[in-house]
Design a protein around this ligand. Structure first.
Ligand code: MIG
Length: 824
């Protein structure tokens, strides 16, 4: 630890020490060239700065320290989207240059020291260079950095995957994907790097994305609370500022970031089911035993994972024929039980002349090279390995084709691990194996193709994992064009959401790690990655029955739900903790399946608008400053608030209800006013859950797996107590759970449910198909037996009232009902 501290101090010294002769500021603006959407400034130092209105409410700043801009291309940016060049009008006065969009952002540059200020569309200043630290660069080593003025109360969220508290103000963070087995809370960096953040200050948000794949760093007020600094040791300092438009909401900022870097496409429905993993379920009899136990115990399950021990000597795309004599049969048998199989695929390819993948790789010249142009070799599970250069299209395509074998065997999805990339430190190295030992990845001077811009590992390290996931995703799309791919990755970079779901690596079976899952997953979510989860129960160590049960509850409504644990850990399945706990864990997983129609709808929406599935409270309630540091509750979409117990031995917990809405206890119907706190009961078998008053949440009865959802009736849970004169719209997206009909004119529908006091209107948009019928409307928290219920104007008697739970359940005669009216 001391060593790490020492190293980072040295690093900080080099990053921030601008008295070093080679560091210099860009100097003053001399001449300029106008562009259609902005300007290129020349400066006294010879550096050039391009400032453009990238989108009406997105400003881009690029620094070419040596006067030559790099290729205008980025792994982060979603090239599938059409973008029009925005207008950036330029006006020049003696001292200043102004770049503005008629309806959007405005930038003012002071010629003296080239100081940049950025304004939102209402004319409010949002980001301003710190005049005491102008834009600077180091002409000897290619480093550059910029500092912005900071208001002491401004908070920062995002930055991808960080084992840090929810707001990252006063933190100094590094972007460098690292295999950090059993990372302690507070360790930085870990597996994924996303150099994007959302700033929030008294209800107003903006965002910044540093479009640079090197080992960049962000000091968010740690060194000096009056500014924040970000920079890079190499490549172009290229950053985007998302002004948030006239709204200045986090939602708006994230929408614009998603427009830039893309969204996740709708996953197959089964991938939202419960998933079970372990390092490793092997041999095949063990896998069957686990599957059977889930079924015997009636615990819902959609997926089982095979970790590294299914392979022959850890050679990817092979099977250990002793442990798995007939994989195809095993996979088919599991499938007949409603369970899909996912296998792990690592990037390291064993150097072995008799191994078909290696031989072919050598022939096709796909591997990463050393600085001398030789095949790079490093040690991982299989022994000495070569590594596909995933920054080369041919290598991505090549790797992608190998999945065919597994697809033909019936494997449903793939898990990419060790892709930071992480490698083993050779045993002759006697130094301690610290979390951030430089030998844990490729040498920094290793050579990558970089899709047309050859470069060193120091430039491409952070996108290696993302490009591996891309190779898997693209490979699967080609191999099975009628199915939606499912890929899970450990490493990633900005834009990873286009290719994969993400899990948070090797966490620990401790209460602190359980608590850490909420700030980690919500921050990943607001970094543009919706499909996120943590190993339930903790990867290293053994959770107590209580810890596992609480962890499962906390995770039950997170986007990706998977239990996973380390080799040699005790059994960590929901039925492994004894009778009472089997029951508790079963009902937790059943809860997940009840909410699947709601969660699936959120994923459908995400693809279109970039909004996260799992949300921190501040994201939904940016005007309520009391939400800003809450990290023990989260929202699912905008209508559900989850408040799990995260500490040992507790059977009550305090819940904060965000201001602006009222919240109803899902089980008891009790209403809590927004802006208040309450102490709620949370016995060991209970996950505290609150629904937003006025919303309508679609659920279903629980099922053993997603295959069994067909024809299961949908329940529309109307949360009573909507204000007079208010209208709330909720939705339910339905299709057959896989494939691409939902992008065509068949087989999907998007149901809009409008709720006014006493009236529910159901509007079905879309196309013909077979859908789970909307069968019940449940008015939850309904004060008394209703006097009259009408369905499409006709009086019905098909309703019951349970006074204890205050639930009025109306049964609909068919799936075409348009309007339900209820009289108190
Ligand atoms: O060096 O495949 O994070 O989930 O079980 C360890 C074995 C490699 C690390 C992953 C973990 C997985 C394990 N892997």
């Amino acid at each position: 630890m001391e060593r790490i501290l020492f190293l980072s101090t040295v690093l900080l010294f080099f990053c921030f020490n601008q008295t070093n002769a080679a560091w210099q500021t860009v100097g003053n603006v001399t001449t300029y060239t106008k562009l259609q959407n902005g300007i290129v400034l020349n400066t006294t130092s010879g550096a050039k700065i391009e400032i453009t209105i990238f989108q009406p409410e997105v400003v881009r700043v690029r620094l070419a320290a040596n006067g030559v801009f790099e290729r205008n291309w980025s792994y982060a940016i979603d090239t599938r989207r059409d973008r029009q060049t925005a207008i950036g009008d330029v006006t020049v006065t003696t001292d200043e240059i102004e770049i503005s969009n008629p309806a959007g952002a405005r930038v003012v540059v002071k010629k003296l020291n080239c100081l940049i200020s950025i304004y939102d569309s209402n004319g409010n200043l949002i980001v301003e260079d710190d005049a005491s630290k102008p834009l600077s660069f180091n002409n000897e080593n290619g480093a550059s950095e910029t500092s912005k003025k900071r208001n002491d109360i401004e908070l920062y969220y995002g930055f991808g995957e960080k084992a840090l508290p929810i707001s990252r103000h006063n933190q100094n963070m590094v972007m460098w994907n690292t295999d950090t087995f059993a990372y302690p809370p507070g360790l930085d960096p870990i597996y994924q790097s996303i150099p994007f953040f959302i700033a929030l200050n008294q209800g107003k948000a903006y965002g910044v994305f540093l479009n640079n794949t090197h080992r960049t760093y962000f000091d968010m007020g740690k060194q000096d609370p009056s500014r924040y600094t970000f920079g890079t040791p190499g490549g172009e300092l290229d950053y985007f500022v998302f002004t948030g438009g006239h709204e200045r909401t986090p939602k708006y900022v994230l929408h614009d970031y998603a427009e830039l870097t893309g969204t996740s496409s709708l996953p197959p429905l089964w991938a939202l089911g419960n998933q079970q993993s372990r390092w490793s379920y092997a041999p095949e009899s063990k896998v069957r035993e686990i599957a059977n136990k889930f079924i015997e115990n009636k615990i819902p399950l959609d997926v089982l994972y095979l970790d590294i021990d299914y392979m022959e000597g850890y050679r990817v795309f092979t099977w250990d024929n002793k442990k798995f004599p007939d994989p195809k049969k095993l996979i088919a048998d599991l499938r007949a039980q409603g369970i899909r199989t996912i296998v792990i695929i690592d990037p390291g390819i064993k150097v072995d002349e008799n191994y078909y993948v290696y031989k072919d790789g050598v022939e096709k010249d796909v591997f990463v090279k050393t600085v001398d142009g030789k095949e790079l070799h490093a040690l991982v599970w299989p022994g000495v390995c070569a590594f596909p250069d995933f920054t080369k299209k041919d290598a991505r395509d090549w790797f992608g084709t190998f999945y065919k074998k597994h697809i033909d065997e019936g494997i449903a999805g793939f898990w990419n691990d060790m892709n930071e990339p992480g490698v083993f430190i050779p045993s002759e190295i006697k130094e301690p194996n610290t979390y951030h030992h430089p030998l844990k990845t490729f040498p920094l001077d290793s050579q990558h193709e970089g899709d047309g811009l050859k470069g060193a590992h120091s430039r491409y390290h952070n996108v290696y994992g993302m490009q591996m996931a891309r190779s898997t995703d693209e490979g699967l799309r080609k191999l099975q064009p009628d199915k939606r791919p499912f890929v899970l990755t450990r490493a990633g970079f900005a834009g990873i959401q286009r290719y994969s779901a993400v899990w948070t690596g090797d966490n620990q079976a401790t209460w602190d790690h359980l608590a850490l899952t909420i700030p980690m997953l919500t921050n990943l979510s607001v970094s543009g990655v919706p499909f996120v989860g943590a190993d339930v129960g903790g990867f290293t160590g053994n959770p107590s029955p209580e810890l596992y049960a609480r962890w499962l509850q906390a995770a039950a409504l997170t986007p990706f739900l998977r239990s996973h644990s380390e080799v040699a850990s005790k059994p960590q399945e929901p039925f492994a903790f004894g009778g009472e706990f089997t029951k508790i864990n079963r009902s937790t997983i059943e809860l997940r399946y009840r909410f699947l129609p709601y969660i699936y709808t959120l994923f459908y929406k995400h693809e279109r608008d970039g909004q996260p599935v799992m949300r921190p409270l501040w994201f939904g309630y940016p005007k309520d400053i009391k939400t800003y540091l809450i990290e023990d509750e989260y929202l699912v979409g905008k209508d559900l608030l989850v408040a799990p117990v995260l500490r040992e031995g507790r059977t009550k917990r305090n819940v904060y209800f965000p201001l602006g809405d009222d919240w109803m206890d899902w089980y008891s119907g009790q209403v809590y006013k927004g802006g208040t706190n309450a102490e709620v009961d949370a016995p060991i078998d209970h996950l505290s859950l609150f629904a937003r008053v006025g919303s309508t949440i679609p659920t279903q009865a629980t099922v053993q797996n997603t295959d069994a959802m067909k024809n299961v009736p949908i329940i529309l849970n109307v949360i009573s107590g909507i204000a007079e004169n208010k209208t709330e719209e909720s939705s339910l997206f339905q299709d057959n759970g896989d494939g691409y009909d939902y992008k065509s004119s068949k087989n999907w529908r998007d149901v809009k449910i409008e709720h006014k006091r006493g009236i529910i209107t159901i509007k079905r948009y879309g196309y013909n198909g077979t859908f789970q019928p909307i069968k019940y409307v449940k008015a939850i928290g309904f004060p008394a037996q209703s006097k009259e219920v009408r369905i499409d104007g006709v009086v019905t008697t098909d309703f019951v009232y349970e006074s204890a739970r205050k639930i009025l359940t109306i049964t609909l005669p068919n799936d075409e009902v348009k309007e339900i009216t209820v009289q108190r």
